[in-house]
Design a protein around this ligand. Structure first.
Ligand code: MTE
Ligand code: MO
Length: 305
């Protein structure tokens, strides 16, 4: 049987959840004029306007499912449903992000201050884990390119490297799995990070992103497998050489640097042709670049691993 994979821009709008069904309580209060629109003490940067450019081909995942089934090994290395109950001790405020390496303006950013200067928006994105489950989430954040412009990379900077928080006293999973090379670290090319799809995310479902989903500051790159989207980032380093990554160092035969979603490139232990949509676990075909070909094909030859 020949299955024609629909391109991202052919995905019918009617399959996405209509906005009026989805509007959350804050947005309803705002619509009713009960909340200040912006610029006041009460403005929540995570209740941002949705960017209509990014539509879905499937319903938005129920919030309880997207926030209750997590890969965050620092809190639990195997039980996805336990993570949400193990994040209680994790302190996310104040939060500093050190930007260093090959930039003209190295600096330590305070997250609250940073958000006041960034163009916050909401986007509906598909999210595909390499383990072949997927979800569809309204993320709030800003384009990665905005922060890159702010720090002014030097000519020699070709990669971004992300390092995430490591606080074993607040993160019970670290001691359960001491064989991993903590802290979790990841990387992108500058061209990938400048792609309009790449986001720094601080919110989800119109509120601050929950701790189990990477509070208070994480990456989302929706055309790549989920492990390329590190959570709870504390350092961003600009580098001239390809950075090492946590999963490539742990299992190099199974996880490469690029890790683009590709239904025709099987994982050594399972097929990537289909994915189970949480929470129903209904099977659907996986799309090349997770349906984001329109934005990212120019970045690749097709043989990246
Ligand atoms: N710091 C950190 N970031 C991480 C992970 C992790 O274990 N630690 N897991 C990754 C993996 S494998 C996935 S699938 C996504 C899961 O994000 P979610 O819980 O918001 O669905 O986070 C990624 N980012
Ligand atoms: Mo994952």
């Amino acid at each position: 049987m020949l299955i024609r994979i629909r391109k991202g821009w052919e995905i019918p709008e009617r399959e996405a959840t209509p906005e009026h069904v989805y509007l959350n309580r804050r947005q309803l209060l705002r619509a009713a004029g009960l909340l200040a629109a912006s610029g006041s003490l009460f403005a929540d940067p995570h209740a941002a306007k949705r960017n209509p450019e990014f539509t879905l081909d499937r319903p938005i995942t129920p919030e309880w499912a997207a926030t209750g089934y997590n890969n965050f090994y620092e809190f639990h290395p195997t039980d996805k449903q336990a993570v949400k109950d193990l994040v209680g001790k994790f302190k996310i405020s104040p939060w500093k992000i050190e930007v260093k390496g090959l930039v003209n303006k190295p600096q330590t950013l305070d997250l609250d201050d940073l958000l006041k200067t960034m163009p916050m928006e909401e986007r509906l994105y598909r999210f595909r884990c390499v383990e072949a489950w997927s979800m569809a989430v309204p993320w709030t954040g800003f384009p990665m390119s905005e922060l890159i412009k702010k720090v002014q990379p030097k000519e020699e900077a070709k990669y971004l490297r992300f390092v995430t928080a490591l606080r074993p006293e607040e993160m019970p999973g670290v001691k359960m799995a001491p064989w991993y090379k903590w802290p979790y670290y990841e990387g992108l090319t500058i061209a990938e990070a400048m792609n309009p799809l790449a986001m720094f995310v601080t919110g989800m479902y119109g509120k601050q992103v929950p701790k189990q989903n990477g509070a208070p500051f994480r990456v989302i790159v929706p055309w790549k497998y989920g492990y390329k989207s590190p959570k709870s980032i504390v350092t961003i380093e600009f580098a001239s050489k390809q950075p090492k990554t946590f999963w490539n160092d742990s299992q190099p035969r199974e996880y490469g640097f690029y890790s683009n979603v590709n239904p025709s490139q099987p994982h050594p232990r399972w097929s990537q042709a289909h994915e189970k949509v949480i929470p129903t676990m209904q099977l659907r075909p996986t799309l090349m670049y997770n349906g984001y070909e329109k934005w990212v094909t120019d970045l690749y030859n097709g043989d990246e691993y």
